[in-house]
Design a protein around this ligand. Structure first.
Ligand SMILES: Cc1ncc(COP(=O)(O)O)c(C=O)c1O
Length: 373
């Protein structure tokens, strides 16, 4: 089946290895197993428990411990509302596989992860993009969205908190989006991989699955828990939706692997400590970023309220793909071009990872911009 190339992933494949200053990454500095044990205040000898485990398929749909840990991230969900997947990328794909048929109308709110429009398009879906605008603080204009959704939409896809903008939809607005979906009977797939990283107040904003019977939340260990290497994600939805997804999953996944299940369960049991560590890192990185934005005349940016990335507008007459390619070739600074997220004139900056690289990379970017004039 034909599918568009995944522009963000292609960019990373091409440029990430040789980056000297990687300002494109969306992960907060990843944890090693040793880091995880230290944060959880668990002795190394604890690992003995797993050395004797037989490496069979384990619990096919994920262990009860793991599912209970995931339930604790939601207000009102039970293990039967969860299925475990190969990262959020696997979760999103399974949702599409189980819901989308040729000619279905899909509304995808962009910028977002490209899965949310290219996969349904590849299945023959009739995909409409709804573009968020900077002048609306990267939040949807609800009357425009309602007009686009109309009465015949099967699925609305969104990403909240948003990558790349770092915006977060307020609860009341999310409630209104649910009402728009209800009118056409549409499902809402909300990719919530950054949920748990709101910078102020409760780090967990409302989940779509706790608000709407046709709401589907996808999440993972990659961003909020800094454990992308576990490749463990999930779908959380009504029992009926999960049963339909599991029908597809049997052909796709079998199980996620007992070691991944085990370490993810441990991280979830200690979620408060890991999230506190990550919010602290985001606080430091965001300060470096905001200080730079305030002092740099060639850029403008809505300051992110959640997640790990900012979408920075630059005031140079150059396409973002050319800017990022030239900048990296000439200086080693890696940014992600807005064009890979369907919006030119912007670059995405990740600010949760290596602060030395962030600081120096932004300085070099400033110097480079000055010399382009
Ligand atoms: C919005 C969004 N969804 C999904 C993914 C995939 O995450 P995972 O590592 O859990 O597969 C990413 C990764 O960058 C992402 O940014």
């Amino acid at each position: 089946m034909l599918i568009d190339s995944f522009k963000v992933e292609d960019w990373f494949n091409k440029y990430e290895k040789q980056a000297k200053y990687d300002l494109a990454d969306t992960c907060i500095e990843s944890l090693s197993i040793n880091d995880l044990l230290k944060i959880c205040e668990i002795p190394y000898s604890y690992l003995n428990k797993i050395f004797d485990k037989k490496l069979n398929y384990g619990d096919i749909h994920g262990s009860q411990n793991l599912k209970l840990g995931i339930c604790s991230l939601y207000e009102n969900q039970n293990p039967e509302n969860i299925t475990i997947t190969h990262g959020a990328i696997g979760a999103n794909q399974l949702v599409m596989l189980s819901l989308v048929e040729p000619n279905d109308k899909i509304v995808s709110i962009v910028p977002t992860y490209q899965q949310h429009y290219s996969i349904p398009k590849s299945f023959g879906g009739n995909v409409h993009l709804y573009f968020l605008k900077e002048e609306n603080n990267w939040l949807p204009d609800l009357s425009e969205l309602e007009r686009l959704v109309g009465s015949d939409t099967k699925l609305i896809c969104m990403n909240n908190p948003n990558n790349p903008t770092g915006s977060i939809i307020p609860d009341e607005m999310l409630e209104q989006i649910v009402q728009i979906a209800q009118k056409s009977g549409a499902y809402i797939l909300c990719d919530e991989v950054y949920r748990g990283l709101k910078h102020k107040g409760n780090p967990f904003s409302k989940s779509i699955v706790d608000m709407y019977e046709k709401g589907i939340s996808t999440g993972s260990m990659s961003k909020v828990f800094s454990l992308a290497g576990l490749r463990l994600g999930w779908v959380c939805a009504s029992k009926q939706i999960i049963n339909d997804i599991n029908l597809q999953r049997e052909y796709n996944t079998i199980s996620i692997g007992i070691l991944d299940d085990y370490f993810a369960s441990l991280a979830l049991e200690n979620k408060d400590k890991i999230i506190a560590r990550n919010l602290e890192k985001l606080y430091i990185g965001k300060k470096i970023l905001v200080d730079w934005i305030n002092s740099e005349p060639n850029v403008d940016c809505i300051v992110p309220e959640a997640g790990t990335t900012a979408f920075v507008k630059y005031l140079l007459p150059i396409k973002s793909v050319n800017l990022c390619r030239n900048l990296q070739n000439e200086t080693g600074v890696m940014l992600l071009p807005g064009e890979t997220l369907e919006i030119d004139g912007y670059v995405r900056v990740g600010y949760g990872n290596n602060f030395e690289q962030l600081k120096r990379g932004l300085e070099i970017f400033s110097y480079w911009m000055k010399n382009q004039k």
